[in-house]
Design a protein around this ligand. Structure first.
Ligand SMILES: Cc1cc2nc3c(=O)[nH]c(=O)nc-3n(C[C@H](O)[C@H](O)[C@H](O)COP(=O)(O)OP(=O)(O)OC[C@H]3O[C@@H](n4cnc5c(N)ncnc54)[C@H](O)[C@@H]3O)c2cc1C
Length: 340
């Protein structure tokens, strides 16, 4: 019989689990029920007892590694914590959120335990054995993997499962003592861009994509890059949408072409960019070519505003296409949002 362990960690408060961790809990509960397997949840947090409150109704065995040493992500302490949790749970299947914190240590921990790891898992199936689904070749091929090797670590992509939301309460947690190795890294603080400067928001409901048309000559023969920037940032401020871009727009900057200073290659969506998950997407001033649209694979409702009635979006890539001037449409949308 499989022993399933879900590894979780706290957010920056140190006493609440991250959303991605709670998604992994849902995946673990479902899998354990299907395989009739035992379920353990391992918590890495400063205050694991508080963090465990959200897991009271899971009915799972709760193990924790807690204390100041685990306040911050650091390879040495996190790897030691995860290794201790896996050994205590005698885990054969380890599910973990594909967060930057656990992605950094999971392969190392799998190696220490003589196990195997697969990443970017989007679904778990199977009733006799574990079948893990992931995409290959820029989300064009979907594969179902199974392995006989144990322990098998599976890192789950965020946004693929509902976050566990049981009735919170007080529960008992088995605290593990971890012998830390000599720590060479001291975490002196955390520096992050201000929330409104951070335009990539994986948890946002909506993706807003800017294409190269925003910095091209408009019907009046002029370029309106400053106005474009204001319209885009105004919409993001009002909606908290995540900002994506076409490759053509983020590649600009040579030959005196105006750039939108808040865009980087990190915003690029597509074959050589990102494939985010959002319920809705709105593309503006973008042609909707296949290398771009392949990055929209996991966007639920796709809409586009383009001047070109023959653009890729109108050729079956979008659910709704507005053949219109995005400058005018977004100015109107922003005014309506402001009025609200
Ligand atoms: C190997 C390879 C990998 C690639 N990877 C990627 C990738 O990962 N991501 C990606 O995006 N691209 C990628 N590309 C490039 C891709 O093929 C396109 O060239 C790119 O997506 C075009 O960007 P765009 O639509 O913003 O620009 P354009 O093709 O220049 O289109 C601009 C659009 O804006 C419209 N427009 C202009 N003004 C307005 C207005 N006022 N209102 C409304 N619409 C307006 C125009 O009608 C036009 O349709 C790749 C290409 C290759 C060969």
């Amino acid at each position: 019989m499989e022993n399933i362990l879900v590894l979780t960690h706290a957010d920056e408060t140190g006493s609440a689990l991250t959303r991605a961790s709670l998604e992994a809990v849902t995946a673990g509960k479902d899998l354990a029920a299907r395989l009739s397997a035992s379920l353990t949840i391992g918590i890495v947090a400063v205050d694991a007892t508080a963090a465990a409150g959200a897991l009271t109704s899971t009915g799972a065995r709760l193990l924790a590694v807690s204390g100041e040493a685990f306040a911050q992500a650091r390879y040495g302490s996190d790897a030691a914590a995860c290794e201790a949790l896996c050994r205590a749970a005698k885990a054969t299947i380890v599910l973990a959120p594909g967060s930057s914190r656990l992605t950094r240590v999971a392969a190392g921990v799998a190696h220490r335990l003589g196990g195997f790891i697969d990443t970017h898992i989007t679904a778990l199936g199977g009733t006799e054995t574990v079948e893990a689904t992931r995409w290959f070749y820029r989300q064009r091929i979907e594969a179902v993997l199974s392995r006989d090797n144990r322990p098998w670590f599976l890192l789950l992509d965020a946004g693929t499962h509902a976050a566990f939301a049981g009735e919170p309460g007080v529960t008992s947690v088995e605290q593990l003592t971890v012998e830390l190795p000599a720590l060479r890294t001291t975490v002196s603080g955390f520096r992050a861009p201000a929330q409104d400067a951070q335009t990539i928001r994986p948890d946002a409901k909506m993706l807003f994509v800017a294409g190269a048309g925003w910095t091209k000559k408009q019907p009046d023969g002029q370029i309106h890059a400053a106005e474009a920037g204001e319209l885009i940032l105004g919409f993001l401020r009002a909606t908290s949408a995540s900002l994506g871009s076409s490759k053509s727009l983020v590649d600009q900057g040579g030959d005196g072409v105006p750039v939108l200073p808040f865009l980087t290659h990190m915003n690029q969506i597509g074959q050589t960019g990102a494939t985010p998950r959002h319920a809705k997407g709105l593309s503006t001033c973008c042609h909707g070519e296949e290398p771009h649209v392949v990055g929209w694979r996991f966007i639920g409702d796709r809409r586009a505003i383009s001047l070109d009635p023959n653009c890729g979006w109108t050729r079956g890539k979008a659910d709704v296409v507005y053949i219109a001037d995005a400058f005018q449409v977004m100015a109107k949308v922003n005014a309506l949002l402001d009025a609200k």
